[in-house]
Design a protein. Structure first.
Length: 194
């Protein structure tokens, strides 16, 4: 199997290949990484989350590798630079909906406060890189993604998307009291109104 090195991360080596006529990513453990079980962790979480249409489509896993369909598209900041307000707001809401599912499942993805290389957008947003994902009673996916939106408020402002930081902080605090769908919908409503 001829693999072409695509990217090198701290914990994984990422290759591009073709499997049954489809372009795939194969992620293997970086031999210099001391982190144990990260590749298996990613495979386990993708298997679970694919049922909820989250993450790239898992193709197969092995002892030291995970293979999933290649996700074509733009990383989130590039997408925001290129698209119009209506399309951006729609995608931000879709990312938040995925974050809410993760919160409901008590799964914390990590990196959602700075997901610049963790969300690829084609027709819909696809989260990638689930190596460090874990279960917790206090997941922070929705709150961290809202934090990210406040962080990039200058970029959003260029697209006429004005984030009222105080209002967003209040909504997130409210949501974190009980992670209820009702309070999450208030965040979505706020994003729709931007």
């Amino acid at each position: 199997m001829i693999k072409k090195l695509f990217a090198k991360g701290k914990r994984g080596l990422i290759y591009i290949n073709y499997f049954k006529g489809k372009k795939v990513i194969i992620k293997e453990k970086n031999p210099s990484s001391l982190a144990e079980g990260r590749i298996k962790n990613e495979g386990d979480f993708l298997k679970k989350l694919n049922k909820y249409k989250i993450g790239p489509k898992l193709v197969r896993t092995g002892k030291n590798y995970v293979m999933y369909e290649f996700v074509k598209g733009d990383f989130i900041l590039d997408f925001i630079e290129k698209k119009n307000k209506a399309r951006i707001v729609k995608i931000l809401k879709e990312v938040l909906e995925q974050c809410f599912i993760l919160d409901e499942l008590k799964i914390n993805k990590l990196e959602m406060h700075h997901p610049v290389n963790h969300i690829i957008i084609n027709k819909k947003p696809v989260m990638i890189d689930f190596e460090r994902t874990y279960y917790t009673e206090n997941p922070k996916n929705v709150s961290q993604f809202c934090q990210f939106l406040m962080l990039i408020s200058k970029l959003l402002k260029k697209k006429k998307i004005l984030v009222d930081k105080k209002k967003m902080i209040d909504l997130v605090k409210n949501y974190k009291e009980d992670y209820s769908e009702k309070k999450f919908k208030e965040i979505l409503k706020f994003i729709s109104s931007l």
